[in-house]
Design a protein around this ligand. Structure first.
Ligand code: DI6
Ligand code: FE
Length: 405
């Protein structure tokens, strides 16, 4: 078999076939940016270098664990400013919703982001992105939603694309114009939605800037009817949808998302069994965001047992954003998913690999180590994969491969 390189002296958590898909003393062969072969070293066929014949270059993994590259499938990585003051306000007793209603919250980040040019946004987001890469991320989803006007929303998406090129990482972009109501539309939420569906979304679609469309369905954001209008417009342009659903209250967001065949419904603290059943029927991924739960000191946990019973795939992400989850560590997100939501370490790793890939509609390409999948890999210096979710603040990444490089 002709390949470009092999990785040997490792164990692999392939995440294929449910569970860890563990292969001890594994060998992984890479060709043309994809996985060519994976299995026990003892069963490997004879490999030949695609370039020039002879043995292919071999990388000695020194007994580490190889996993699929991590997929952080829900972030708001692009923004300007910070919200440390709101953290202080909340420590003095204000709630997240109080801060939002007082004109802070998302709108304070909107003011800073509107004032920032593209280069400033690239620089600020690059620092956060580098933290993710240092923890094995090879694919990251990035949402708009801090512009809330056409220019800034599209600028955020362009910045997200630039980040992908500049850092050699896969970026999936999401238009989240329906994140909050900007002040110029105060009292005119339906007019705001009209601007999104009639102008901004078509422009983002036409310019290839958005891979998906998201909305925030919440009392402090948009109603189910308004989110439905956004979803219908997305469908007209062939864009998949997802939803910030049932985070702070139960507006039936999970069922709404499922009803529109959403890739994922995200947060889900208030989702009931009927919502979970609807997600199962639609194949919608449950995207759990323990960083936001932790940072807002929420007390109601997502319905993990119901998700398991209905076999809804559970994904995990950082939700990296300045207000509710200033988290740049996917490994800490895994840890929190275990400590706060009682996921197993294997479920948490699946949540940042195979199920996260599905939440982006990319599970045929990413998220498992299997022949034909892209060679996006992470090598870890750990004794067993559970350590990734267990150790807090550790830096176990040895190396990452992006498209085989
Ligand atoms: N839910 C969240 O947790 C973030 N957005 C959303 O819809 C919060 C964003 C922020 O507070 O800036
Ligand atoms: Fe979010």
């Amino acid at each position: 078999m002709k390949v470009d390189a092999v990785i040997e002296h490792c164990h692999a958590a392939t995440m294929a076939g449910g569970g860890l898909g563990e292969v001890r003393d594994a060998l992984v062969a890479l060709a043309e940016g994809r996985i060519a072969w994976v299995g026990p070293r003892a069963e490997a066929p004879r490999f030949e270098a695609a370039a020039g014949g002879g043995a292919p270059p071999a990388y000695d993994a020194r007994g580490g664990w190889l996993t699929p590259g991590l997929v952080d499938a829900h972030t708001h990585l692009v923004y300007a400013g910070d919200r440390a003051h709101e953290f202080e306000m909340r420590l003095e007793g204000a709630s997240y919703e109080d801060v939002a209603r007082a004109g802070g919250g998302i709108l304070s980040t909107v003011r800073a982001t509107r004032a920032a040019d593209e280069a400033t946004l690239v620089l600020a987001a690059s620092k956060r992105l580098e933290r993710l890469l240092a923890e094995g991320v090879t694919t990251v989803e990035i949402k708009s939603g801090y512009g809330l006007d056409a220019d800034t929303e599209l600028r955020m998406l362009r910045v997200a694309r630039t980040l992908g090129t500049a850092h050699g990482v896969r970026v999936a972009t999401t238009l989240l114009a329906a994140h909050a109501l900007p002040p110029e539309y105060a009292g005119r939420a339906d007019d705001y939605i009209e601007a999104i569906v009639s102008d901004w979304l078509p422009r983002a679609a036409r310019d290839g800037l958005a891979d998906a469309v998201d909305a925030f369905c919440e009392r402090i954001a948009f109603s189910p009817a308004q989110c439905t209008r956004v979803f219908d417009a997305a469908r007209a342009f062939g864009l998949p949808v997802k939803l910030h659903a049932d985070q702070l209250s139960d507006l039936g967001g999970a069922a709404l998302a499922a009803g529109h065949g959403a890739l994922s419904a995200d947060h889900l603290e208030w989702t009931d069994e009927a919502g979970v059943a609807a997600m199962a029927a639609a194949g919608t991924v449950a995207m759990l965001l323990p960083g936001a739960f932790y940072f807002l000191r929420e007390t109601r946990v997502p319905p993990v047992d119901a998700l398991r019973r209905h076999r809804v795939p559970i994904a995990i992400a950082t939700d990296c954003n300045p207000g509710s989850s200033p988290l740049v560590s996917p490994l800490l997100a895994m840890n929190m998913a275990c400590t706060l939501f009682r996921l197993t370490p294997t479920e948490a790793l699946a949540g940042l690999t195979v199920h996260a890939a599905r939440a982006l509609g990319l599970h045929h390409e990413l998220g498992t180590i299997a022949p034909g999948r892209r060679a996006d890999l992470a090598l870890w210096e750990v004794g067993r994969p559970a350590e990734l979710a267990c150790a807090m603040g550790a830096a176990p990444l040895v190396k990452r491969w992006q498209g085989g490089r």
